[in-house]
Design a protein around this ligand. Structure first.
Ligand code: SF4
Ligand code: SF4
Ligand code: FES
Length: 503
């Protein structure tokens, strides 16, 4: 460890720490646009200026390593003046269209100018260089060139993280603009991370832009269930539902990033894609009481009963429903439905995995501990089949064909959170019962590497829906306390690490 003084505060930092990181560790604000903890140092915004004791000239903190006994400050009058000028320089050609900018409310240009800036000079509102306001960079991202401060974070992201090299900075001086190389749109699977790391409102996500003002949204940490990686995210929501996911830093799981596909998982949790109520055959609505009566009758009158599960529910829910089948119903017919067959071992080298089920590992562990679990292809006709359907249907290809292979039983009870139109055409499906999504319950998910991660209730979209544990209790006529979800067993969890450094 190295001892150093930051704005007169004595701290110790690990060897190899950059001075700008030492400022963050010492809880001292420091202006910066181009520096990002996960990218190489560009040193181009010149905002992170500091005075270092014994050094005659100001230095940039992002390109200076801390050494033993170093004393640095950004509180001297000359540094404050330098940073003010730097910020003014970045604003010279900025359009200042904050009222219509999607980044307003979470913009580092606004935040840093309020903290370190000089107060805007109205003469600067004149004579701005005009640039393209709407540049379609690819499937997911739009650029407003006038707002760009040329920090080059987005360019470094595509060259250092995805190594797809779609972006560059073209032209010179105040004509410089970010753009894509000819015939190479920004279509990599991680493109929206450029929007997250853009410190201003220059890059916006097509999915989110103009949808909501960020100050009308709340957010809470959770995970992405788009594949078996389990990236840590913040889910943004209001009373109408969920609007976006953004990655949360967890160096052991997803680093700083998440994929574009995972960002869309929130859609499967909103009303328009949900099974909102209890439905009898062919989509006829019924009450919860009626539905449980039908389910209990179908199960108690059956000689043979089987359960099909995917890897999309929590460990606690699997424990509960599998024990119910094994111990209460005396059925060992429990089958694992791999919804992405043959893709389990695929990995793109960064984050995305071919197994689109977030808890395959957890399910397999529970099944093998109980000596159960066959592949769904081994299922033959039983009297009553209970299927716990996938939460996120987007990756399930040829759903009808997949279902027809194993839904041959006389009576099928479908438990799921997703709206599945195909089920209405299937005569064997006697009953559909709505489940909570993972954003509406507590529980543990085990990712591809065996890391346990807890989820807690973020916001309940469907109040009728139940966690599987509640379903099991109601089937046994036990009382459940709504919104309780499941009790946490004592597991060692790899819960969210800090998200320092995302900006
Ligand atoms: S678009 Fe954003 S991230 Fe890219 S160079 Fe401009 S300001 Fe930086
Ligand atoms: S890599 Fe997997 S877990 Fe991570 S964001 Fe993408 S789909 Fe979600
Ligand atoms: S020069 Fe240090 S953050 Fe930009």
């Amino acid at each position: 460890m190295l001892k150093c003084k930051i704005n007169d505060k004595e701290i110790e930092v690990p060897e190899g720490t950059k001075l700008i990181e030492a400022f963050k560790l010492a809880d001292q604000d420091i202006a910066h646009y181009c520096y990002h903890s996960a990218l190489s140092v560009a040193g181009c915004c010149r905002l992170c200026m500091v005075d270092i004791e014994g050094n005659p000239r100001p230095q940039i903190a992002c390109n200076t390593m801390v050494s033993e006994g170093m004393s640095a400050t950004n509180q001297s009058d000359s540094i404050k003046e330098t940073v003010k000028w730097g910020l003014d320089f970045h604003l010279i050609n900025h359009p200042l269209d904050c009222p219509v900018c999607d980044q307003a409310g979470e913009c580092e240009l606004q935040n840093q100018y309020m903290k370190f800036g000089s107060g805007y000079d109205s003469e600067m509102a004149e004579k701005k260089v005009k640039k393209n306001k709407v540049v379609d960079l690819g499937k997911e991202v739009v650029l407003d060139s006038e707002r760009c401060v040329l920090c080059s974070r987005c360019v470094r992201f595509t060259s250092e993280i995805t190594r797809t090299n779609e972006l560059g900075i073209f032209n010179r001086g105040d004509r410089s603009e970010v753009g894509t190389f000819k015939g190479k749109p920004l279509n990599n699977n991680y493109s929206v991370n450029t929007v997250d790391i853009c410190p201003v409102g220059a890059l916006t996500s097509k999915d989110f832009r103009f949808n909501q003002r960020v100050w009308y949204l709340k957010n809470k940490k959770s995970i992405c269930t788009g594949c078996s990686t389990g990236c840590n995210v913040k889910a943004y929501f209001n009373e109408d539902g969920y609007f976006r996911f953004k990655p949360v830093v967890n160096q052991e799981i997803n680093g700083y990033w998440m994929c574009d596909e995972g960002r869309k998982v929130y859609k499967s949790t909103n009303k328009e894609n949900r099974l909102m109520g209890y439905e009898l055959q062919y989509g006829d609505a019924c009450s919860k009481e009626e539905a449980f009566k039908v389910a209990q009758d179908l199960i108690s009158s059956a000689v043979t009963t089987a359960l099909v599960v995917t890897g999309q529910q929590s460990n606690e829910e699997y424990e509960s429903i599998i024990s119910y089948f094994k111990e209460t119903l005396n059925s060992e017919q429990i089958y694992h439905w791999h919804t992405t067959p043959g893709k389990e071992d695929e990995f793109d080298g960064l984050l995305m995995r071919g197994d689109k089920n977030p808890n395959t590992k957890g399910l397999q562990k529970i099944l093998s501990e109980k000596g159960l679990g066959k592949d769904v292809s081994e299922l033959s006709s039983v009297d009553t089949l209970v299927v716990v359907g996938p939460e996120n249907m987007t990756h399930v290809k040829d759903l009808k064909a997949q279902l027809e292979k194993f839904i041959q039983s006389q009576n099928v009870i479908w438990l799921g959170s997703a709206l599945v139109e195909e089920l209405k055409e299937m005569a064997h499906v006697k009953l559909q019962m709505p489940l909570r999504t993972y954003l509406e319950k507590t529980g543990t998910f085990t990712n591809h590497a065996g890391q346990d991660q807890k989820v807690t209730v973020v916001k309940t979209v469907n109040k009728q829906a139940l966690a599987l544990t509640d379903w099991v209790q109601l089937m046994q006529n036990q009382e459940v306390q709504q919104d309780q979800g499941v009790k946490f067993p004592k597991v060692k969890t790899n819960f969210f690490m800090d998200d320092r450094g995302t900006v």
